[in-house]
Structure formats: structure tokens, C-alpha cells
Design a protein around this ligand. Structure first.
Ligand code: M6R
Length: 602
């Protein structure tokens, strides 16, 4: 995700902002910048690329400024799209994390009023809107409060303008923290940005308007002053980067509700049963489409398996999923009526790129589904669709799987609606399940103590088997991959019906089985397979939304009801299980042996 830092006080702001940007590097970014405020105006320095390459003045006397590390969601990683963004006069500067959903309408309105834009970002509407309010005589805090009342989406904002001796900061759905220092005060997206200056922090809440000045910090909500407690951060810098979690992976597992919110933000139109994905696949091409071939590796392959089932159902089209490194043996058939979808969170996986190139050479149209704006896959594919999960640092993919599946589900609805194979009310129901994902995933995360107990009970198993049918099958594969990757235990995922065709020979009282028993997985049939392993002594843990299966299960994880999205919610239990088993064994969770985050060799 993007990172924010801001400072106002008696020290020079530039070195504090520059250090703050470096401290935010761990979050991942593709561009960076700062805005320094003086009595007459604002000086902005920003560019795409590494922070070390950002050209900044050697020194600056200014004591007020904001800085930003950008992880692109709207517009490529370019100098113009980097933050801070300014208004027409250059006198209002803004840094922003999150997504402004109604930016296109606001931008059109502002353009009609004569505002000129210099970037493709959603953010840039904010300084222009503040400019209008200031021109009407409002103070900066009132202008920001008025502007945010017109914004839809999730955001954290830091705003500066000459004439106001501080930073106005606000948030809705994106984190924002204020730091209370001795020689000045700070805003940031998270504590590591300023931890070497102060450990005294206040967490800003949704709807708060914070006035951060050299003299202090005051906060208003709906125009009334409110108190936000000042807390002392006890973590060391490294732990603070992980938000107090022991590992990036568990932090990223817990980030799934907000990652999912970002993935679906501005894309759902439940009223009309449709989605807005901003991919311009021609209508005639979609109508004549005969096959979708998904190419991907590892976790992205599992997301592809999930999606293929939905594409077939929603869009009535043949959908296959190919392990990308195998595509060279099978790809290239019927290219004219085939859409090849490359699913890759990094956008740099060599096997997936090679499959994409083969598809391209054969003449097929290609679509990249990725987390990384500006990555190689987006430069080479005909179209790109972003999953907007924010950067993932743990080698084991967690939040990106959830965001891939959610985004691919929306793609399925998009295809079904445009091919007239999915009615609007069926689409609305699917979309309301997608909308329920962040809340349902949060419910699972709130159940983590139970997962820890179960992990303690079974961590010493000789091997672990994961079973599921339908949409539960890719989840079983993903659950097993997660466990083997980080715990180094032998773990296998099976289509539940396959057990009796061989794998059952491996089942003993020392091989726990984890079963997916939710909507979309034919759970009553899987219960028969549960009986098969149980009668061979295997303890069974069920991720279940069924009403009555306790008698068959040794442990049960409750999956909230969410229709077709239930298997994805069940997967969060499997992520937590894998994490806790690996943690109990003291494994190197964020960097498992022999593995790399981005696999750039074939
Ligand atoms: O960046 P990609 O999605 O293309 O990466 C594909 C796989 O390398 C990746 O999913 C890998 O399997 C993960 N380590 C799984 O946790």
C-alpha cells in the first residue's frame, strides 16, 4: 500500500521526510515524493522509481512538509502520477492512500469548471476541490472537511497549503496515525515512518479531521472537538514495520479485509447486477469467445482454478487452467476465439510471462490479472486488470490470493453479463456475496485463538491432507501449499472424491485431514470422504458452514454464510492454521528455505 509521512515543527522538514520515506520502503512502492511549504508557496519534488534516486535539494529551511511512497492503483508509475499532487495554483498539496471511487465524476465536474489535471490519478481531484473551497473563503480544515464529505471510497489524506501553519489530516477506512514529538508533530500511514523521532502516538479514527501544527494536535469529528488517546509505542522499529505482528505473513493475513475492500472498491453495481472493471474488451469479441485459458503458477494457479469454475458457470464458456510452465506444450490452440488470462500477483513470474508470450505469438488476445501496476505482464498483455491488494512481502502469498479470487469473480460476472449468460438478479446475488467478503473474513480472523488451539493439537502430525470438491478443491490445494511452504511438513491437497483412488493408503491416525465443507463444494458428498478418512483413524478438522456435522469432526472452524464466496473465507482458516503450525515449529515464515517471492527464472 502507499505510505504517508508529514512533519511540522521547528526542525528542518526535508531530512525528516526523506528518512520517513526510507522507513516506509518496506511497504513496497513504485514512486515517491515530498512537498515543502513556505510562506509563499509549495515546492514539490517527486518521481517514479527508487527513493534513493529521488532528486531532492541538498537542504531546505522549511519546517513543514508531507511525503509519500506510491503503490500504483490508478495510472502507471510515472513522475506525473507520483504524489504529492497539487491544485491549479500549486498552492494546495495532497498525499493520499486508498481509492476515491467517484473520482471520475468529480474530475469531469472540476474540468467543466476550468480545472486542469496533470495526472491520471484519482487523488488529484482532492487538491482541486480544496482549491475551490479555499477560494470561497474557507479555512483549510473546513475546506478539507467539506471536500471529504463528497468523496466515496477509502482514504487517508494529508493536506498542506501556505497560510495554514500545519497539516490537515483525515481518514476513512485507511490507517492514519499522528506522532507527538518534542520538536514537532507528525502524520503517517504507520508508526515506522517517524519512530526515531517519537513513540507517542494517537490513532486517528474514520471521519476525524486532525489539525497537526507545531503547537500541538487537535481533532474534530462533525465539527466538534474529540479526544484521541496518546499511546506509547513499545515496539522496536522492525516490529513496528510488521504492525506489531511477528511476521509479515500474519500481518498480511490480517490485512485481507482491507485488501478485499480495495479490490472491490468502485467496481460493484449491485442495483443493476453489473461490474465496472475498466477493461475495454470489445463486445463482439466477448460474444464470439469460445474458450478462456488461464495460465499461472503456485497460488495464482489455484486462484485460476477457482475462477475457471466460475467463468464456465457465469459466462457459459469453456475455461481451462494451465500451469504456466506447461503451457508451451499445450498452448496456442484456436487462438482467434480464445482469451488467455495470465494471473500473477508480481507480474514478473518468468513461467507466466513465457506462457503469455506463447499465447501472444499464436495470435490470442491476452489479459493480465496482477497486483503490480507497470509490471512486465502489464506491458506485454493486451489488457490489464488489477487486484489492488497492496504489496505483499511474505514469500507465501496470502492476501493476494483472496484479492485474486475476488477480482476474478468480478471478471466472471463481467463476462457473463456481456455474453448475456448471467441475469442481473443472479449477478446481484453474487455481488452481494463479494461485498460481504471483508466482514466474513474479519469474523474468521476474530476466531484465531481457536485456530491456534487446533494447530497446537495437530502440529506434530506426520503429514496433512486437505480435501474439497468444486470450489473447495482449489482451496484444498492452496491450504496444502501454504502449509508445506512455511512449515516444511508434508501436505497434499486432493479432490475429495479422489481419496479412495489412491491417497487413502497414506491415511493414518497421525495424518490430520482438513476438509472444506461450504457452499459451492457439495459438502454432503465430502462428508462421505470425511467418514472414509475418519474410519482409518485420521483426525478431521472441518472448515464448515453446515449446520450439523459436529459428530464427524474432531475440530470445526465456522465459516460464515456467504454463498459462492464461502470457500474463499474457509481458506483464511487454512492460512491461519498453516501459519500457527509453522510458528510453533519456529520456521522462517517470511522467507521459507529455498523459495523466492518473485520467481524470475524458468
Ligand atoms: O507472482 P506470481 O503470482 O506469479 O507468483 C506465482 C508463484 O510463484 C507464487 O504464487 C508462489 O507459489 C507463492 N510462494 C505461494 O505462496
Amino acid at each position: 500500500m502507499c505510505g504517508i509521512i508529514g512533519y511540522v515543527g521547528t526542525d528542518e522538514a526535508l531530512p525528516i521526510l526523506a528518512d520517513g520515506l526510507k522507513n516506509l520502503e518496506y511497504r513496497g512502492y513504485d514512486s515517491a515524493g515530498v512537498a515543502l511549504v513556505n510562506r509563499d508557496g509549495i515546492e514539490v519534488h517527486k518521481q517514479a522509481g527508487e527513493i534513493d534516486d529521488l532528486v531532492l535539494p541538498d537542504s531546505s529551511p522549511e519546517t513543514l512538509g508531507i511525503g509519500h511512497t506510491r503503490w500504483s492503483t490508478h495510472g502507471k508509475p510515472t513522475d506525473a502520477n507520483a504524489h504529492p499532487h497539487v491544485d491549479c495554483t500549486g498552492d494546495v498539496a495532497v498525499v493520499h492512500n486508498g481509492i476515491i471511487e467517484n473520482y471520475a465524476d468529480l474530475k469531469a465536474e472540476l474540468r467543466e469548471d476550468g480545472h486542469e489535471f496533470t495526472s491520471e490519478t484519482d487523488t488529484e481531484v482532492v487538491p482541486h476541490m480544496v482549491e475551490d473551497e479555499l477560494a470561497d473563503g474557507m479555512s483549510l480544515p473546513d475546506a478539507v472537511a467539506t471536500v471529504v464529505s463528497r468523496l466515496e471510497g477509502s482514504f487517508a489524506l494529508g493536506v498542506v497549503a501556505p497560510g495554514y501553519d500545519g497539516i490537515v489530516a483525515t481518514r476513512r477506512g485507511s490507517p492514519l496515525v499522528v506522532g507527538h514529538g518534542e520538536s514537532g508533530n507528525f502524520i503517517a500511514s504507520d508508526v515506522p515512518a517517524f519512530i526515531e523521532h517519537t513513540r507517542q502516538v494517537s490513532y486517528i479514527e474514520d471521519g476525524d479531521i486532525a489539525h497537526v501544527t507545531p503547537a500541538g494536535v487537535s481533532v474534530e469529528q462533525d465539527g466538534e472537538p474529540v479526544d484521541r488517546d496518546v499511546e506509547t509505542v513499545e515496539w522496536e522499529a522492525e516490529a513496528a514495520e510488521k504492525g506489531g505482528y511477528d511476521h509479515y505473513m500474519i500481518k498480511e493475513i490480517h490485512e485481507q479485509p482491507s485488501a478485499l475492500r480495495q479490490a472491490i472498491s468502485g467496481r460493484l453495481d449491485e442495483l443493476h447486477g453489473d461490474v465496472d472493471l475498466d477493461i475495454d474488451l470489445p463486445a463482439e469479441y466477448l460474444q464470439s469467445l469460445e474458450e478462456i485459458q488461464i495460465v499461472a503458477c503456485g497460488t495464482s494457479y489455484h486462484a485460476g482454478l477457482f475462477a475457471a469454475r466460475l467463468f464456465e458457470e457465469y459466462a457459459s464458456v469453456r475455461a481451462s487452467v494451465e500451469i504456466a510452465s506447461e503451457y508451451k506444450f499445450t498452448g496456442g490452440r484456436d487462438p482467434w476465439r480464445t482469451l488467455v488470462v495470465a494471473v500473477t500477483q508480481s507480474g514478473e513470474t518468468a513461467d507466466t510471462l513465457s506462457a503469455l508470450r506463447r499465447a501472444d505469438q499464436s495470435g490470442a488476445r491476452t489479459l493480465a490479472v496482477t497486483n503490480t501496476v507497470g509490471s512486465t505482464v502489464t506491458r506485454e498483455a493486451d489488457h490489464s486488470l488489477y487486484i489492488r491488494a497492496g504489496p505483499e512481502i511474505g514469500v507465501a502469498a496470502s492476501k493476494t490470493f483472496a484479492s485474486q479470487v475476488a477480482t476474478l469473480t468480478l471478471l466472471g460476472v463481467y463476462l457473463g453479463r456481456r455474453r448475456d449468460t448471467l441475469g442481473s438478479s443472479a449477478a446481484s446475488e453474487i455481488l452481494s456475496n463479494v461485498r460481504g467478503l471483508p466482514g466474513a473474513v474479519q469474523q474468521v480472523l476474530d476466531d484465531e485463538d481457536l485456530v491456534l488451539e487446533v494447530a497446537e493439537e495437530y502440529a506434530d502430525g506426520d503429514a496433512f491432507f486437505f480435501i474439497g470438491r468444486g470450489l473447495g478443491y482449489p482451496v484444498a490445494l492452496e491450504g496444502a501449499l501454504k502449509l508445506k511452504e512455511i512449515s516444511y511438513d508434508h501436505a497434499e491437497g486432493f479432490a475429495a472424491g479422489e481419496l479412495k483412488h489412491g491417497p487413502l493408503a497414506l491415511v493414518t491416525p497421525d495424518t490430520p485431514t482438513l476438509a472444506v465443507l461450504t457452499d459451492g463444494t457439495r459438502p454432503s458428498e465430502t462428508l462421505n470422504n470425511v467418514k472414509e478418512v475418519e474410519s482409518r483413524g485420521s483426525p478431521v478438522v472441518g472448515c464448515s458452514s453446515l449446520e450439523a456435522d459436529e459428530d464427524l469432526l474432531d475440530a470445526r472452524f465456522d465459516v460464515p454464510e456467504l454463498g459462492v464466496m464461502e470457500p474463499l473465507v474457509a481458506n483464511v482458516y487454512l492460512q491461519l492454521f498453516a501459519y500457527h503450525v509453522a510458528n510453533l515449529k519456529g520456521r522462517s515464515i517470511d522467507k521459507p528455505r529455498n523459495l523466492a517471492k518473485s520467481v524470475t527464472v524458468e
